[in-house]
Design a protein around this ligand. Structure first.
Ligand code: SF4
Length: 337
């Protein structure tokens, strides 16, 4: 248990990370049929996830769909309530924060969603969409219209675009509007949940480059959630690879992409295309057999064992901890390398 003094020390320690997630768990109840709709099980969406994010850093969180990466992002911002674990942002524990304390946190930590069309109110012009957080947080009277115009320029749109509605924009432009809205309150951190995966490949690079420019200019920190390994590689300083609700491997971008040690990371990387045609021709593919098991009833021991070609008896008996076993970075595998 943390004492008040330890909590104070952590809040005032300049070397403390901006975001610390420890042993995060998110479980959703599964209800049975019938009138009473009793709870018959739980979806183990996120299990024992620990992450760190420093100032001006980008942490890429990567994995197949259903691996719990988006739920992790939402749980960081308390948009879904964690079942257990700790989320500290700027030294403040968010899992126990009151709604008024979370209101203040939302000025400092925003979110950009995957589908810009679904996350923007189609009935409002873009000016009103971007103005909304300024009004909710009582910043509108203090130069609100000028701030909206500034935000539009910041994301590469013109203030004249402000009178248009979301359907009048392309997908890339709509995502720029979503980013402008997330920046309205001058946050220090953004959780970006698959921010480019709904966009054409041709416009993805423009949005990723914009995010990199904004980070440099505004000193932002990002949790960048994606299933596309090449996008994560492009933007991330550090990377966490998730499978079935757990972090399998984490480290710097070079650790994960050049010295992958977990069989799952190796399989993911072997399936990703290379830009260099010679490397692409000599690429050895590791084909994973079977489907991702149900998160309602995950496998005992290592969650990857039902698809892992290196699995041994121990893998079914004991869940591997995420520790450095000689690879130079943490890996959750009994037999890495
Ligand atoms: S612990 Fe075993 S099953 Fe899991 S990834 Fe390592 S070798 Fe494969």
């Amino acid at each position: 248990m943390t004492t008040p003094q330890q909590e104070l020390d952590r809040q005032t320690d300049p070397a403390a990370p901006l975001l610390e997630v420890e042993d995060l768990e998110v479980r959703f109840p599964v209800h049975g049929a019938g009138f009473l709709r009793r709870v018959v099980g739980h979806v183990h969406a996120v299990s024992g996830v620990s992450l760190r994010l420093s100032e001006r850093e980008t942490l890429g969180v990567v994995g197949e769909s259903g691996c719990g990466k988006s739920t992790t992002g939402r749980a960081i911002l308390q948009l879904v309530k964690p079942t257990a674990g700790s989320v500290r942002f700027q030294g403040q524990e968010l899992t126990k924060a009151s709604s008024s304390a979370m209101q203040k946190v939302r000025r400092e930590a925003g979110m950009v969603f995957q589908d810009p069309y679904a996350s923007l109110n189609p009935k409002l012009p873009v000016n009103d969409i971007i103005a909304e957080p300024l009004k909710v947080h009582k910043r509108w009277r203090d130069g609100g219209p000028e701030r909206v115009a500034e935000l539009l320029r910041l994301v590469g749109l013109s203030p004249e675009h402000g009178n248009r509605y979301p359907h009048e924009f392309s997908g890339g432009q709509r995502q720029r509007v979503g980013i402008a809205r997330a920046l309205a309150l001058e946050p220090r951190m953004l959780v970006l949940d698959e921010p480019v995966s709904a966009l054409d490949v041709s416009v993805q690079a423009g949005v990723v480059n914009l995010l990199a420019e904004l980070q440099e200019r505004l000193g932002l920190s990002y949790v960048f959630i994606a299933h596309d390994l090449s996008v994560v590689r492009h933007i991330s300083d550090r990377v966490a690879v998730m499978y079935l609700g757990r972090v399998m491997e984490t480290g710097t971008r070079e650790d994960v992409y050049e010295r992958a040690s977990h069989p799952y990371t190796q399989a993911l990387l072997s399936a990703a295309p290379w830009a260099d045609p010679r490397q692409e021709r000599s690429r050895e593919r590791i084909v994973l057999t079977g489907d991702v098991p149900s998160p309602v009833n995950p496998p005992s021991g290592c969650r990857f064992r039902t698809r892992c070609w290196k699995a041994q008896d121990l893998c079914a008996q004991e869940a591997p901890q995420l520790v450095d076993r000689g690879a130079g970075h943490p890996v959750a595998c009994h037999f890495p390398g």
